[in-house]
Every structure is written in structure tokens, then in C-alpha cells.
Ligand binder design. Structure first.
Ligand SMILES: *[C@@H]1O[C@H](CO)[C@@H](O)[C@H](O)[C@H]1NC(C)=O
Ligand SMILES: *[C@@H]1O[C@H](CO)[C@@H](O)[C@H](O)[C@H]1NC(C)=O
Ligand SMILES: *[C@@H]1O[C@H](CO)[C@@H](O)[C@H](O)[C@H]1NC(C)=O
Ligand SMILES: *[C@@H]1O[C@H](CO)[C@@H](O)[C@H](O)[C@H]1NC(C)=O
Ligand SMILES: *[C@@H]1O[C@H](CO)[C@@H](O)[C@H](O)[C@H]1NC(C)=O
Ligand SMILES: *[C@@H]1O[C@H](CO)[C@@H](O)[C@H](O)[C@H]1NC(C)=O
Ligand SMILES: *[C@@H]1O[C@H](CO)[C@@H](O)[C@H](O)[C@H]1NC(C)=O
Ligand SMILES: *[C@@H]1O[C@H](CO)[C@@H](O)[C@H](O)[C@H]1NC(C)=O
Ligand SMILES: *[C@@H]1O[C@H](CO)[C@@H](O)[C@H](O)[C@H]1NC(C)=O
Length: 629
């Protein structure tokens, strides 16, 4: 039969008896090599070829009336310029074989090729089916859309093999650095076209991202070489998150924290402070800037990189340094002697401050390096009274807070308390400390009189300086007469405050101080007071003047009484001694205890001293001879 079935899958049952052509839809060839387009055709059995069978290959268009370039023509050798000497019909048209070879193809030859059968007369037919030629100057590489690190990867390089004159070979390039690359070649024939391929198999690592790979196609024994290079885009989870090392910054300064994430594609980088996301950005690195840092900024900062292929984080610790804050201490307080107390001092600092307790500038207690320092004071004494300061220090600065502790205590008589013989008589001074300041009263049992501040009848000088009170009275004989001997007059001094009261018998001082007292005594009341004030330990301003000139000294009817001195009543005198013995025991009184003094005769020789002059010791021989029994 004339109609030969060439294509078993031909959709038309009568295809073998119609005008029909079989060419590959797509065919490719490398530049400067050759391409053979396989072709067979059919014509209706009714058609009788007239004067032979001819054929024409057109480029681009099937219709001769559009004058497409002639690729090949069997009747003549007139072809388009660009095909001159390049085309050859390999098939035998009588065998309905229209196979065409194009040699030395170039990019300009890419396009559609149509075959036209010419059986003579009107029996000319251009088949609408065409072969599309692609002329390649590079091999094709099949690259998966996504290459993921650590997953096996296949890359296939293709070379058309449609030129019977030459056989291509494929080589992979730049594979030296690949771990265990494997190569396999394959040969695929389809629709009478052939493709040679070579598949490279390996497992890429993040380090291979961006590396070049190449495929080279060449024809042995020719100079034809074709290469294609590709850059590997290997996706990988963050494999390192670099952040600054942990560091210390001063409060108030600014700090930049840098985070760099190695991943492909770039990660969403976020800076976390605890659970709080401070900042995020999709980039290779992100910088977190903190201005004017405070201690609240201290803590763990974590940089998290997440690019969809994995998550990674790295943390650092930012420490904020600052000088000690003003310490918190107890409020100032007033306590009773003997109380035990604990003073607290609390501060914040970085690094931790050393806490020191100072009392009136002197170091007390231990030094601690902590937030809290407790100063324990056991059974506080009057010496515990003062200003307590807690000092906090670190290398960045210092701060302190203080409190006053006022210690209250029952009155204590001081050793200076005594009676002395002065020109006008006897002067008794009573000095006591206590807090609140003691009230001083004198009591003369012989006369049954009490002399105190509010009693306006007598000259009673008082002076208060801090916690020390001084009281003074003068005993003067009636008239100018001075007699010898006689029974003693007892002078009691009573000291009291809210915590206690004591009554002590004062003694009459004699011997050296006695002389001084006599000298001073001759000068007058104001001078005496000045002297007394200077003599006592707690010197201060007179805060109480003589209470008016209308007052009088105690006048004794019996001068003999006046010269009596005083015996100390040891039982009555409770010694008040501080822990460090600051309060001197009343030694002088103890020393005089041995005898009862029945005093004394004073004899004045010479003139009276100038009134209103302060006594300065023995500036004159005006007086005096003191005789004592
Ligand atoms: C057509 O001719 C070519 C070249 O001679 C040959 O390789 C091919 O096998 C032929 N095709 C058929 C179907 O005979
Ligand atoms: C290349 O040429 C050599 C000799 O010139 C020959 O032995 C060899 O077979 C040729 N190779 C191919 C692939 O044609
Ligand atoms: C963190 O590192 C960056 C870059 O190295 C630097 O500029 C910055 O000062 C560093 N920050 C700290 C707090 O060290
Ligand atoms: C941070 O990333 C940018 C691009 O996102 C780059 O230009 C810059 O050099 C990087 N900085 C550092 C310190 O790596
Ligand atoms: C950081 O990574 C660890 C595990 O590597 C995880 O337990 C932790 O929650 C991560 N931290 C943040 C802030 O994502
Ligand atoms: C000082 O303050 C602390 C803390 O408030 C307290 O516990 C302590 O009792 C206080 N000390 C005194 C003596 O009040
Ligand atoms: C402590 O007492 C002094 C003198 O009375 C006073 O100047 C100071 O302000 C007081 N300090 C405190 C903390 O109360
Ligand atoms: C002392 O005087 C008071 C009145 O001022 C009187 O009641 C008392 O009895 C007197 N005592 C003596 C011992 O005289
Ligand atoms: C002084 O003494 C009188 C009686 O002698 C008494 O009433 C008065 O309260 C006393 N004053 C003081 C301050 O003790």
C-alpha cells in the first residue's frame, strides 16, 4: 500500500493517506556544530508524482507567497544567503524521507523549519507542522529551584546530540572542593532527537553557598567548547549568631550592641531583652543602640536569627555600673541609756558598695560590701550619743546618710562639784550631766531651805551647756564678823531629770584650790561666775545671768556654821561612770572623806581688791594669810 503507517499513535485513522509530515517539534544544537532534523512525510495515494518528487525547506514561514528564506531546495541550489553551503538533504524523498542537515549553525538559524513537498504540477503542499531549532552557545544545567544545605543535590547538564559528525562529551568543572561528588551520564532519545546529560550528585554545605560550578560540553578532536557557570545558592539555617561579648557600661552612657547572623537567606534578626522584643529587621546584621542606660537596662540580651530554615540565638550580659545611691538609714532617734539597737543602712550600687558606719567622723563597726549593713549597738551609753553616718563607696563614687542618736540618761554629778571658801563666805558649785539636762537645787538642812531657780530670794546662778548644768550659791556670814570653828553646815545638792533624782552632800574644798577660790572670791560675783565657767569642763556661754541685784546670798546667822564644811555621804553618791570611764569618779570627794572639816578661820590683812576686776591669780600681795587649824 502506498500509505505507510509511520506513526503508530497517529490520531487520524486515515493519516497515512493524507498530506502529513513527522518532524520533531523541538530540536537543538550547539553553535558551530551541526543539526540533523529528521523528517518523513506522506501524500494522498491519489496523487501521482509528476516528473519526480521534490522538496523545499523554509525558515520561519510555511507560505511561499510570503517569501520565507529558503533553507534547502531539491530542484535548484538557490538558497538563502545564510544557508549557503550549510544545508544538505540526508533523506531520500522517494522514500518520503525529508531529513535535513544544517552544518555550522549559528544563533541566527534558530527558529521554525517547514517542509514543502513538490510532487509536480499542482501537487505542492507545505506541511503546517514544523521543527523548532534552538541553537545553543551554552549547555543547559538543570538546577532545582531550592537547594538546601545538607540535603543531597542533583545537578544535570545537557548537551544535544543531533549531529552525526560529532559526539559531545560533558565535564563538570570546579568540583574539587565538593564533598564526594558523583557523576553519572545518561543518553535520552525522544522524537528522533537525542540529548546527552551528565548528573552531578553531592550534598552541599553552607560553606558552598555562592561557590561557582561549571559544565563544559566539547566535541573531541574539534575546537568546539561550550561552558556554563552557575553560582550555588544554598539555603541554610542560621549557623552562627555573633554578638558582642558581655560588657560593663556606666549609667548614663550609650551603648551599641551588634548582632550578625550567618544564614541564607538573611534571617529575621531580633534583639530580645527578657521576653521583650526590642527591635527586629531582616538583614545580615542588626545594631541595637541604647541611649542613656540605667540600671534597668542591665540584664541578658539575646539576639535571635530565624530564616525559616532554622532558629539560633546568642546572648550577652550587659552590666550597668553606677555610684552608690544615697543610703537609706533609720530616722534620728532618742533612746534611753542601756537600750540596745540595730541601725540599718541600705543602698544600691554597682559594683556593690562598701558600707562603713562612722560616728562623729570615727569609724565604728565593720565594713561590709553588701546592700545592707547593720550596726548593732549593745546597751548604749551616753557616749553613744552623736551623729551616725553610713558611707557607701564604690569605684564610681560615694554617698552617705546620717542620723542623730540622742541618748537620755539620769543625772550624774561631776567631780568639780564642791564648796569653796571665798572672801565673802563659802561658794558652792554643783555640776551635773544628764539628758534631759538636770535641774539643780541646793538644800541646807540646817536652815531648812531649798534654793532653786524659781526661788527668787537668793542669788542662784545656773548655767546650762548641752547636757551639763551648773548651779552655784554663795553662803555669807551675817555681818563682817568671821569667827572660828563651829559645827558644820551641810549643803546638799540635788540633781534631777525625768530619769532620776539624787541628792548629794557637797564637801568643802581646801588646800591649793582653796587659795584660788579665796582669791577669786574677793573679786566679786560676776568674776567668780566667769572663773567657774572657765574652770569646768563644759565651757560655754552663760545662758543665765545673775537673777537680778535684788537677790541676796544666803546669810548665816551663826557664822560658825558658815565655815563648816561638808562631809560626803558616800552612800548617796551613785557614781555614774561611762563605759570608757569618761565620767571621772568623784575622786576629790572620796579623798576628803577621811575627816570632817570644821572650818575655818579666815583672816584678811590689807585692802579689799578693786571691784570689777577679774582675778588673775596672785597679782598682788594684798591678801592673804589663811590660817587653818
Ligand atoms: C531517513 O534518512 C536518514 C539519513 O539517511 C536515515 O538515518 C533515517 O533512518 C531515514 N529515516 C527513515 C524513516 O528511514
Ligand atoms: C580523535 O582523533 C583520533 C586520532 O586523530 C582518533 O583516534 C579518535 O578516535 C578521535 N576521536 C573521536 C571521538 O572522534
Ligand atoms: C559591639 O561590637 C561593635 C562592632 O564590633 C562595636 O562597634 C561596639 O562598640 C561593641 N559594643 C560593645 C558594648 O562592646
Ligand atoms: C551589616 O549588613 C550590611 C548589609 O545589610 C553590610 O553592608 C554591613 O557591612 C554589615 N556590617 C557588618 C559590621 O557586618
Ligand atoms: C535560645 O535558644 C535556646 C536553645 O538553644 C532556647 O532554649 C531559648 O529559649 C532561646 N532563647 C530565645 C530568647 O529565643
Ligand atoms: C532601723 O530600720 C530597720 C529597717 O527599717 C528596722 O528593722 C530597725 O528596727 C530600725 N532600728 C531602730 C533602732 O529603729
Ligand atoms: C543631727 O544633729 C545636728 C546638730 O543638732 C544637726 O545639724 C543635723 O542636721 C542632725 N542630723 C540629722 C540627720 O538629723
Ligand atoms: C522645814 O520647813 C518646812 C516648811 O517650809 C516645815 O514644814 C518643816 O517642818 C521644817 N522642817 C524642819 C526640820 O524644821
Ligand atoms: C523650787 O522650790 C520651790 C519650793 O522650795 C518649789 O515649789 C519649786 O517647784 C521648785 N522649783 C523647781 C524648778 O524645782
Amino acid at each position: 500500500p502506498l500509505c505507510i503507517k509511520l506513526h503508530s499513535l497517529s490520531p487520524f485513522p486515515d493519516a497515512r493517506c493524507q498530506w502529513n509530515v513527522w518532524v520533531p517539534r523541538d530540536i537543538s544544537g550547539m553553535t558551530n556544530s551541526c543539526v540533523v532534523i529528521p523528517c518523513t512525510f506522506m501524500y494522498p495515494s491519489a496523487v501521482k508524482p509528476y516528473r519526480g518528487i521534490h522538496g523545499i525547506w523554509y525558515y520561519g514561514q510555511p507560505y511561499p507567497q510570503l517569501f520565507p528564506p529558503v533553507v534547502f531546495k531539491s530542484r535548484t541550489d538557490v538558497v538563502h544567503e545564510s544557508y549557503k553551503g550549510r544545508t544538505k538533504l540526508l533523506g531520500d524523498l522517494y522514500q518520503r524521507n525529508c531529513t535535513l542537515q544544517i552544518s555550522n549553525v549559528g544563533a541566527e538559524h534558530s527558529g521554525r523549519y517547514y517542509f514543502r513537498a513538490d510532487l509536480g504540477g499542482a501537487n505542492m503542499y507545505t506541511f503546517p507542522d514544523f521543527a523548532e531549532l534552538k541553537v545553543l552557545d551554552q549547555p543547559n544545567i538543570d538546577v532545582p529551584e531550592e537547594i538546601v544545605s545538607d540535603e543531597s543535590l542533583e545537578l544535570t547538564c545537557y548537551a544535544p546530540d543531533n549531529c552525526p559528525d560529532m559526539t559531545p562529551e560533558i565535564q563538570w568543572m570546579y568540583t574539587d572542593y565538593l564533598p564526594d561528588p558523583e557523576f553519572s551520564t545518561d543518553y535520552l532519545e525522544e522524537s528522533n532527537t537525542a540529548v546527552l546529560s551528565n548528573t552531578l550528585t553531592f550534598t552541599p554545605r553552607p560553606m558552598h553557598n555562592g561557590q561557582l560550578l561549571g559544565c563544559r560540553v566539547y566535541y573531541p578532536n574539534t575546537t568546539l567548547v561550550y561552558e556554563r557557570l552557575i553560582s550555588l545558592d544554598i539555603k541554610y539555617a542560621p549557623r552562627s549568631v555573633w554578638v558582642n561579648v558581655s560588657s560593663e557600661v556606666m549609667e548614663g552612657s550609650s551603648v551599641t550592641l551588634h548582632c550578625e547572623v550567618d544564614s541564607n537567606p538573611p534571617s529575621r534578626i531580633s534583639w530580645m531583652f527578657g521576653d521583650e522584643e526590642l527591635l527586629w529587621e531582616t538583614a545580615a546584621n542588626v545594631t541595637l543602640s541604647l541611649e542613656d542606660v540605667t540600671p534597668a537596662n542591665e540584664g541578658v540580651y539575646t539576639c535571635v536569627g530565624d530564616n525559616g530554615y532554622g532558629i539560633m540565638n546568642t546572648s550577652l550580659y550587659l552590666a550597668v555600673k553606677y555610684p552608690p545611691r544615697e543610703p537609706l538609714v533609720n530616722d534620728s532617734m532618742t533612746v534611753l541609756e542601756g537600750t540596745s539597737l540595730a541601725l540599718h543602712c541600705i543602698t544600691q550600687a554597682s559594683p556593690a558598695a562598701t558600707l562603713t558606719w562612722l560616728k562623729d567622723g570615727e569609724l565604728v563597726g565593720t565594713i561590709t560590701a553588701d546592700e545592707l549593713s547593720v550596726l548593732e549597738i549593745m546597751e548604749i551609753t551616753p557616749q553613744g550619743d552623736g551623729l551616725y553616718r553610713c558611707l557607701a563607696e564604690n569605684e564610681h563614687g560615694r554617698a552617705s546618710s546620717s542620723l542623730n542618736i540622742t541618748v537620755e540618761y539620769a543625772p550624774v554629778l561631776l567631780e568639780e562639784s564642791k564648796c569653796t571658801v571665798v572672801r565673802e563666805g563659802v561658794q558652792c558649785v554643783c555640776i551635773a550631766t544628764g539628758n534631759p539636762e538636770p535641774t539643780i537645787e541646793f538644800f541646807l538642812p540646817a536652815l531648812n531651805i531649798t534654793i532653786n531657780e524659781t526661788d527668787g530670794r537668793y542669788n542662784f546662778y545656773t548655767h546650762t551647756d548641752g547636757h551639763t548644768s551648773t548651779g552655784m550659791i554663795k553662803l555669807r556670814p551675817k555681818g563682817d564678823r568671821l569667827d572660828n570653828g563651829g559645827p558644820a553646815v551641810n549643803v546638799h545638792c540635788s540633781i534631777s531629770n525625768m530619769y532620776g533624782r539624787e541628792s548629794i552632800l557637797l564637801e568643802l574644798q581646801q588646800e591649793k584650790k582653796y587659795l584660788m577660790a579665796v582669791i577669786v572670791g574677793t573679786i566679786g560675783g560676776v568674776a567668780v561666775i566667769a572663773f567657774i565657767i572657765a574652770a569646768v569642763r563644759y565651757v560655754g556661754q552663760n545662758n543665765k545671768k545673775e537673777n537680778g541685784s535684788s537677790r541676796q546670798d544666803v546669810v548665816l546667822d551663826n557664822p560658825a556654821l558658815y565655815y563648816s564644811a561638808v562631809k560626803k555621804d558616800k552612800q548617796n553618791l551613785r557614781k555614774k561612770v561611762g563605759e570608757e570611764g569618761d565620767y571621772q569618779p568623784v575622786v576629790s570627794m572620796a579623798g576628803l572623806e577621811r575627816r570632817e572639816l570644821n572650818y575655818a578661820a579666815l583672816e584678811f590683812i590689807g585692802a579689799r581688791p578693786r571691784e570689777g576686776t577679774l582675778g588673775r591669780g596672785d597679782d598682788g600681795g594684798n591678801y592673804t594669810e589663811i590660817k587653818s587649824k
